[in-house]
Design a protein around this ligand. Sequence first.
Ligand code: GDP
Ligand code: MN
Length: 398
Amino acid sequence: MDIHEYQAKEILRDFGVGIPQGALAYSPEQATYRAREMGGDRWVVKAQVHAGGRGKAGGVKLCGSDTEIQEVTEAMFGQKLVTHQTGPEGKGIYRVYVEAAVPIAREIYLGFVLDRASQRVMIVASREGGMEIEDISAQRPDSIVRATVEPAVGLQEFQCREIAFALGIKPALVQQMVRTLLGCYRAFRDLDATMVEVNPLVVTSDDRILALDAKMTFDTNALFRHPQISELRDKSQEDPRESRAADRGLSYVGLDGNIGCIVNGAGLAMATMDTIKLAGGEPANFLDIGGGATPERVAKAFRLVMSDKNVQAILVNIFAGINRCDWVAEGVVRALRDEPVDVPVVVRLAGTNVKEGQQILAQSGLPLIRATTLMEAAERTVMAWRADTHRNPKLKAV
Ligand code: GDP
Ligand code: MN
């Protein structure tokens, strides 16, 4: 799960990391008011969206007066910011962060990641702040400093000093740098983050080390341990289809094709999508109903998939171990009785209570297409979809 820059900064501040003075605003009026309240004569207005690359995309603006803040924020609010990280649809701007501008002497890159190879938290730093880490590693790989943290003892001060020296931090500021590194590390560890990135971390001309930008990503599977982090979730920044599914305890992944897939388990989802492609189709999404899904849950899943306008055929593919085919069948029948659909529905069931499941489908009287193997199911789905698009010219093939 991602959070906003201002939220990451508040967290890091509580762990002892220096941040510039700033305030959040939900409207242009509030933004100017916040700036006035803060004082000073130069501010940076920053669009709060869950994506980097805002600076280049016009989401970070330096302002020198109230009227300028008003103008800049009027142009930002309600717009979609498209950066190289958002995809072409962009992300909506509903909050801006107003910061007192600081005099930058140097910019440093600082990242904390989970390094799978060493199975350790790894610190990645570079003198080339402000640039994206991908560009730094392509253009200035020699500038990158790395350190791994021994989990039994945690990040040590001597390691922080080594990093500070490698980055050329002047001696008088080394202790501030140590505090910054330890703060980021503790935030990462204590809050089950998977990534902390401060780009740039700056040294100001009046010798302060400040996080000018901050990005944190959290391990979704550990959120139950951090209710205060879960609360920071901002649905306006997520694919609405995916957040609606998450609210219902289902996991949904939106794609670009037109065959909706209801499956159980991520592995089966991958196999189902591969097979659909092999049969000449393109998946519109996949929805994982998980294990032990009740008929109600399956019916909900069905409605969610149907709410995707791109869906022109549905494939239900269940390999039931913990699940029960009869419950899945009942859910499908229930959903279709409640809200009949005008697209072909193919159901392939295997595993626990498959006979009972098939019986429910057969006795339902609904025009369901049944299949035994996955290949057969995918082929029938694509065939039925093609026939349907042929009959109904409104449905266009992609
Ligand atoms: P990103 O483009 O989404 O990564 O947004 P950043 O928060 O990193 O801002 C982009 C750039 O704006 C930074 O690399 C800085 O060069 C500049 N910037 C941000 N805040 C300030 C500030 O307070 N003062 C000055 N002079 N520049 C700033
Ligand atoms: Mn940045």
